[in-house]
Design a protein around this ligand. Structure first.
Ligand code: FEO
Length: 171
């Protein structure tokens, strides 16, 4: 089924991309969470690149990137929410509501793409991911700085979190 996804990722990373990129001032001082956030930016860049490369592989690449995005969202949000719950974080409910609202917006765009086949929707999705993250990290995630730390956040890979293998947090 076309070129391996890794080949296209490497190709995509070498192209000029208009989307905002990760910058150090977005750090929340928790390594694994910063890594999650950076992964979202890289994935959005790939999605944007794929939309501008119409070929036989495009539907496969879009579907693969959508699946990865869904996994990242589930895994990253779960990582933060479980750590915040364990820390008795005061703004947990509001933070979960922000996550849920974003996940709902992403789901609606994906459903729209799957119903219409509109490649533009995937470009919209890439911009939504970077724009939302930029704001969410600075305004909402920033509030747990100093409360969530390298010591109290589960640092297992996103795939474990998304697969429901997060049976306990590192304490
Ligand atoms: Fe890093 Fe609250 O998402």
């Amino acid at each position: 089924m076309g070129r391996p996804f890794k080949q296209v990722v490497r190709r995509g990373m070498n192209q000029t991309n208009p989307l905002p990129e990760w910058t150090d001032d977005l750090s929340v001082n928790v390594e694994i969470i910063d890594e999650d956030h950076q992964a979202f930016f890289r994935l959005a860049a790939l999605m944007s690149d794929v939309t501008s490369t119409p070929d036989n592989d495009q539907p496969y690449l879009i579907e693969t990137s959508i699946n990865i995005l869904e996994e990242y969202i589930e895994g990253h949000f779960l990582r933060e929410q479980k750590a915040m719950a364990k820390a008795d974080y005061a703004y947990l409910v509001e933070h979960i509501a922000a996550h849920d609202a974003f996940a709902d917006r992403v789901t609606r765009i994906i459903q729209d793409y799957r119903q219409t086949g509109s490649i533009e929707k995937i470009g919209t999705l890439a911009h939504l991911v970077t724009d939302w993250l930029n704001n969410h990290i600075r305004v909402v995630d920033a509030q747990y700085k100093g409360i969530l730390t390298n010591a109290n956040v589960d640092d297992r890979p996103l795939v474990y979190m998304a697969a429901g293998l997060d049976t306990e947090l590192v304490s």
